[in-house]
Design a protein around this ligand. Sequence first.
Ligand code: ADP
Length: 459
Amino acid sequence: MSSSYKERIASRLTLVTSLIILVVFGVIYFVANLTVIDTIDRELGLETDKHKGQIFLVNGEIRFLHMDEWEEMEHSQIQLNPIFIEIVDLNGKSMDRSPNLRENHLSFSPEKSAKKEAWTLRLGASEVRQMQIPLITAGKQEGYLLVAKSFDDSRELLNNLRNVLLILYPGILLSLFLTMRYLAGKSIEPIQQIIRKTNQITQSNLNERVPLAEANDEIGQLTRSINELLERLEASLNREKQFTSDASHELRTPLSVLRGTLEVLIRKPRTAEEYVEKIKTSLSSIDRMSATIDQLLALAREEKGKNLVKEELELITFLEEIVDETASEQNRKITFQSQSGIPIYLKANEKSLQLILGNLLQNAIKYSKPETEIFVKTGLNVGTPYIEICDSGSGISKEYLEKIFDPFFREKEAVDQLVPGTGLGLAIVKKLAQESGIKVSVSSEKGKGSTFRLDFPNS
Ligand code: ADP
């Protein structure tokens, strides 16, 4: 089972801190050890210096400067602060030693005497620190003075320190882990509140929001991001609902016309002309429905921009063909103007571009008087191709310039004047253009006309 987030944080922090504490404890022990040894060695040095001036070896015999003092000192040193002394000849053979050594001998190590360095050794049951210096009489080395000091007290001190550190270590780690777990738990409490709240939000209460934390920290930002996401979800769900209701309304209207016409037809026998007329009305209702269904399908089709196949095409020839075809089909004067003296090559999905231009041209034709002219212009703007479709028709009110791209939006005027349409054309244009990376913009003046412009992406 995976551990909780607060446990993971607590154990990681504890692990890092435990390593730091381990190093700190190690340093403490190391410094204490050095200090203790240094103190003993300094005392040993003083002790050896003191005895050096009092003991002489003359022709293999020991002479004391103050024999009484030496004996007294040796006597007192047995009980109190034990200093062990041994005098050896050049070969390390013991010549005399302090009684507190009993049957033991100090260690003989001539190579260490020159540097006056001390070392630790075992002496019977206890541990001592020893130093060795040469005994020189009248410029001639006659033997060595070995001086040692008990290391037992210092060892006990160091052992106590080590034990305290070893007992403290797990204790500190445990309390550290518990404290960090508690603090980590406290700091993720707001996140748990967010989880609880977001778990409660479903489609039916999508208008609810996660309460905002006061502080503008990461948690506050997370809450804000979740709320913004909910906002977008709610808006998109509402758009979806609106779309479904508009779509069913759009299909229901021709269906009721069809039903009404057929009901009227079967009520009583009719003349052949009446039958033809009613069937024509029915067929136009069916045409309207199938046009709406086609456009709905075009809008709903999931075509990701990435999968769109783009081929190279020459824009001027491509536009000339479309303009000629539409002009003759619709019997309208459409003028094509190219502001570029050279052919314009670009990569585009031909089918998408045809649909976009088809919709824009249809609108230009539908929303302008038959005697007015329509212009299709193309050219290069800082190296990138553009197309403009201009009409001198009814124009679009400023307030609706963005709304016209919403599915099913139609200006009241278009509905009132019974201009055929579903309000889906520009939504399809917007979707297809987005897929191909084309920017669609519109400028229009009520009563004067409109210009729809397509700016192609840099290829
Ligand atoms: P439809 O033409 O089927 O109504 P569109 O989505 O193509 O749907 O257009 C939405 C609305 O935008 C139209 O109903 C109309 O009010 C307005 N519109 C679009 N093109 C033009 C244009 N060239 N001139 C004036 N109004 C336009």
